[in-house]
Design a protein around this ligand. Sequence first.
Ligand SMILES: [Fe+2]
Length: 211
Amino acid sequence: MAWFQTRWAFEESRHGQAFREYLIRSGLRSEAEVEALEASVFANAWTLPFETSGKMACYGALQEGATYTAYKLQEDKARCAGDSVLEAIFHLVGRDEAAHGGFYRAMIQLELAQDRRATIADLADVLSCFKMPGDGLITNYQQRLRNSGAGISARVFIERVVGPLLITLQISRQEFKQALKTRAMGTPKHPASSDASGSSCGRPALRSVQG
Ligand SMILES: [Fe+2]
């Protein structure tokens, strides 16, 4: 896990560097504008949304899947616009995101083998509270996505991220819906779920999926 975190942090920072270089070299943004954005982002610390590694694996699988999907759409847009450089950037960065998502899916599969009911309850809990890491860190995050069209809709998130994840994990929709229902009813969690976070976000499901 430690090696994954190290490699993951390096790859995500490399993505930021690639986008930074593209924006400056293309003239779309000045170096000062990019630096101002970076300063505002780095002024805040990111707090882990969940306290257990099991829930963070669920969060990672959903978040990386949403990021990959958003980048794939941007890659398609760049291709249509004839911007081969941006198309290549989104393709290569999206390939990393797909690999990250695969790692988290593998983690969830291990958790499922150990305690299926608790793991599905974790996934239901994470999905019910889900929002992207940038939401809350980046100023006017939702508005920026609306204006740029860079986000994905809740429908796309369900169809291209959540649905395929459940299929890969061999969790039936009925089984997952039951877990969501149990969570909504506030039924005490399975003892083995060891929910240290006591998470109860109270937000409606899928309030914000754009990434
Ligand atoms: Fe990633």
